[in-house]
Each structure stands twice: as structure tokens, then as C-alpha cells.
Design a protein around this ligand. Structure first.
Ligand code: FES
Ligand code: FE2
Length: 394
């Protein structure tokens, strides 16, 4: 149970709020790159309560600027792009990706008015089929090369879900809530049937990028070996997961990125990667993208989909769950651990430090292999050749 003030502290995302300032220290995806085409090179996006447009200019460069033109506030989402940037549809003011005003067609040629206009603009980078933005203060940190975004041997694709009508923290608390698996998803074929909690042990291990959620399925019969899965929460907005693919013959690794749109809405992007020796997804290559509709109507969910089952649970908790009314038990220790980490990281930012997981050293911008395992679906920890002589020779 939290007080109203604590709940506000942990959930609100606008500029100047404690959690909003923390969230602004990280890169967040604003669109799938596949959403911007030659025909439709501009898209309105909302993130952390800010209305923006993301665009690709005629040279193929990306930009992210405030949606409302600083002249008289018309939407740049209806504008045009050229080789230099984006032009407002109303009176033709033009901006580059740094927010510099390049042209004001109705002003006299000798006017210096445009030099005094600075439109809001943020850095945007492409990785793994997503366009990532950084809305925080300079200096801009490195965009982390999570394994699923950067692996090359295999097939990658991006799914953008319909916007979820609730605060971002509800999906993130779900990421450290292993006991919901058998109940919320218990009827879905590839998951285990409903079992009682005493058959499992749950651990929540803080590590350099967040919290490692380790589930150990305890043997129900003599002779059975315990099975472990580890799915990290990458602080503050990502669940790194793995699931069976093609009937369990392969593994589908994925990042589920829960982007705060505003206080009461969350945009989920999923990046999937299936390792394979016969396929290649080189860095910078186009990544297929599709849209997924979670609801069939207001308050109606396609409950055959795992992601719709989850979003039903998150939305029905309320736009911003009123945590004054909840009753947490021993089985909710992951949620308590996440809230503790969130409070600590808010305080770090308030004291002027980087929060957990922010990477500054560009030399360290290597693929971050998270070593995710799930023994229940046959994905085991890779043998360490320095520890296991048989693995080294075999
Ligand atoms: S409102 Fe954009 S140019 Fe006038
Ligand atoms: Fe779930």
C-alpha cells in the first residue's frame, strides 16, 4: 500500500515531475522505422506527455521536433519534408532536425527573425527497427545495444501494439510478478497449466541494468530436476523475455518496451529475434513491422492473445492504479523491489547522478548479451568453456 503522494511520485511522467525527470535520462522508442515511408514520412507521436512529430527527410535522415509550430501552433504532422528538414503546412516555416528555423516565407528577405526562433527538437537514432529518442538533458547518453536489437544471425521483426489505457508502471510491475503467469495466461497453449505457488521459488536480483527475475520450478516428483528461467527487467521500461517458436523447435527472444505516452497511456513495442544460422539481420537493415490490435472494442479484449490478457489486467487496475487500496503479500516481493529501485533512482537523479543503466562510454557500446535462459522451454545457460573442460574440448 502506498500513500497518495508516493503513488504520484512513482507514476507521473511529465517534464519536471520526479519520475518524469528520471525517465528522461533514458532513450525511448517513438516509432517503428517501418511506420515512416516515402508516402507518409511524418508521424505524430506523444511521449512522456510531450506532443512531437518524428519524420524522415528526403535524404533519409530522421528528426524529432515539437508537433506544434512555434509560429501559430499548427501541427507539423501535416507538413512536408524536403532535403533539409520539415516545413509547416500553414505558412511554410521550415525547421531542421536541431530545431533551427531555416525559412519564414512571409518575412522580408533581410529579416533575422528566424535566427531568434528555436523549436523544440530531440536526438533520434535508429536501432533494431525502432526509432529511439532522448528527451533528457545533455550530454546525451549512449543508446544501449540490447542483444535482441543488435544480434545479426537470425530473423528480427517489430510489433507495435494498440495504445494501452493505463500508466506505464502497471505493465512494469507486471514484469516482476511471476505468479500471474499460470493464472492470467494459464489457458494459453504453450504456457504451463495452473499450479499453486508453492511449486516455485521466485528471486529478484538487482543487477547493473535492473532486476533479474529468476523463477525456479521445484520438482513435483522424485527424480525431476528443478528448472530455472531468468527474465530481466531492464530498468525502467523494458522486459527481456524468451518464448518457444515454431512449436518449441526454436526460441523467440524479445524486448517488450513499455513507453510512457502520458500519465494514463502506454505504447508497447515488441522486438522479436529468432536466432538461426540460415538468416541474417545486419545492423541498419530494414526490419519488418506490424501493428497488433489488442482490443476488439471498448473494454473488449482478444483473450486468446497473451498480450491482450496482460493489457486487460493492467487497464482494469485503473488509469493510474490507486495503490492506497491494494494489499500486497509475500508473493508480491518483486513489485516491492521495483518500487524501491524506482524511489532510489529518482533520488539519484535529484542529487545530480546518473540512474542505473545509463551508459556514457561510447567505447563500451557493444552488444549487451543478457544471457536470458528458460529451461522449461529448453534454453539453457551456455557452457562456460573456462569452467567446463568437456565443453572446451567438445
Ligand atoms: S503556424 Fe506554422 S508557419 Fe504559421
Ligand atoms: Fe503476463
Amino acid at each position: 500500500m502506498l500513500t497518495l503522494d508516493e503513488n504520484e511520485l512513482l507514476t507521473r511522467v511529465s517534464c519536471g515531475t520526479p519520475a518524469g525527470e528520471l525517465l528522461r535520462r533514458y532513450w525511448h522508442p517513438v516509432a517503428a522505422a517501418g511506420e515512416l515511408t516515402e508516402k507518409e514520412p511524418i508521424r505524430a507521436v506523444k511521449i512522456l506527455g510531450e506532443e512531437l512529430v518524428v519524420y524522415r527527410d528526403k535524404k533519409g535522415r530522421y528528426g524529432l521536433v515539437g508537433e506544434h509550430c512555434p509560429h501559430r501552433l499548427a501541427s507539423l504532422a501535416f507538413g512536408r519534408v524536403d532535403e533539409e528538414g520539415i516545413r509547416c503546412p500553414y505558412h511554410g516555416w521550415k525547421f531542421d532536425s536541431s530545431g533551427k528555423c531555416l525559412e519564414q516565407p512571409a518575412e522580408p528577405p533581410e529579416s533575422t527573425f528566424k535566427d531568434r526562433i528555436k523549436h523544440s527538437a530531440y536526438p533520434v537514432e535508429y536501432l533494431g527497427g525502432l526509432l529511439y529518442a532522448y528527451l533528457g538533458p545533455p550530454p546525451t547518453p549512449v543508446l544501449p545495444c540490447w542483444d535482441v536489437l543488435a544480434w545479426e544471425k537470425g530473423k528480427r521483426w517489430v510489433v507495435k501494439e494498440s495504445v494501452i489505457d493505463c500508466n506505464w508502471l502497471q505493465p512494469m510491475e507486471n514484469s516482476v510478478d511471476p505468479s500471474h503467469l499460470y493464472w492470467l495466461h494459464g489457458d494459453t497453449a504453450h504456457l504451463a497449466p495452473r499450479v499453486k505457488k508453492y511449486a516455485e521459488q521466485h528471486e529478484f536480483i538487482p543487477f547493473e541494468f535492473g532486476i533479474k527475475k529468476r523463477r525456479t520450478t521445484l520438482p513435483l516428483a522424485t527424480g525431476e530436476a528443478p528448472m530455472v528461467d531468468e527474465h530481466p527487467l531492464l530498468f525502467p521500461t523494458i522486459l527481456r523475455h524468451v518464448a518457444p517458436y515454431e512449436g518449441g523447435k526454436k526460441h523467440r527472444h524479445n524486448l517488450q518496451i513499455r513507453v510512457p505516452v502520458d500519465d494514463e497511456h502506454t505504447q508497447v513495442f515488441r522486438v522479436n529475434f529468432v536466432p538461426s544460422d540460415s538468416e541474417k539481420s545486419p545492423a541498419g537493415a530494414e526490419v519488418p513491422f506490424r501493428f497488433s490490435q489488442l482490443k476488439t472494442g471498448p473494454g473488449k479484449y482478444d483473450m486468446s492473445m497473451v498480450s491482450a490478457q496482460d493489457s486487460m489486467a493492467w487497464e482494469t487496475q485503473g488509469y493510474i492504479a490507486d495503490r492506497r487500496q491494494e494489499h500486497l503479500g509475500v508473493g508480491d516481493e518483486g513489485i516491492i523491489a521495483l518500487r524501491k529501485m524506482l524511489r532510489e533512482q529518482i533520488e539519484r537523479v535529484q542529487r545530480g547522478f546518473d540512474p542505473i543503466g545509463v551508459i556514457r562510454d561510447r567505447a563500451k557500446n557493444q552488444i549487451i548479451d543478457l544471457g536470458v535462459i528458460n529451461e522449461r522451454i529448453g534454453l539453457y545457460k551456455a557452457p562456460d568453456p573456462t569452467q567446463d573442460p568437456k565443453a572446451a574440448t567438445g
